[in-house]
Design a protein around this ligand. Structure first.
Ligand code: DQA
Length: 143
């Protein structure tokens, strides 16, 4: 069983980027923790972070994962193309945001992904990824 974790633009700056919104943990630490968890559950977790929309789209096109966990970051609010990629491959996905986007600027309240996601987790910081991983593992094991 395989899960693809997709992190959008600027998430490579985690740990030093607006820590009041995004916390202190680096992306590397976050992903390592998730990979340990996945391994313990017998699931392979692949990860891509990119600042380029087409690279995220191509990673989604090319994956053989059965589930996607995605934080589209700023593309959440802009990218019909990334939405269409997920719909195109028809792989179920969970949308995660570190910050509570609904408590922030109005332009962050709309997502091009939420109406198609299995579930959406916002505002719980890195814990949100852990919850998403648990749910994805369960969904995969249920086949
Ligand atoms: C984010 C929220 C987005 O609005 C923002 O553009 C990000 C990160 C989050 O995880 O809280 O880059 O997706």
């Amino acid at each position: 069983a395989k899960i693809l974790l997709v992190n959008g633009p600027n998430l490579n700056l985690l740990g030093r980027r607006e820590p009041e919104h995004y916390g202190q943990l680096t992306l590397e630490q976050l992903v390592q923790g998730l990979q340990d968890k996945a391994l313990a559950a017998g699931v392979k977790l692949e990860h891509i972070q990119s600042n380029a929309e087409y690279q995220l789209i191509e990673a989604i096109h090319n994956t053989d994962a059965g589930f996607v966990i995605i934080n589209p970051a700023a593309f959440t609010h802009t990218s019909v193309a990334l939405r269409d990629a997920l719909l195109g491959v028809a792989i179920p996905f969970i949308e995660v945001h570190l910050s509570n986007v609904h408590a922030r600027e109005p332009f962050r309240h709309h997502s091009f992904f939420s109406d198609k996601a299995k579930g959406v987790i916002v505002g719980l910081g890195p814990k949100g990824y852990e919850f998403a991983l648990e749910a994805a593992i369960e969904a995969l094991k249920q086949g």
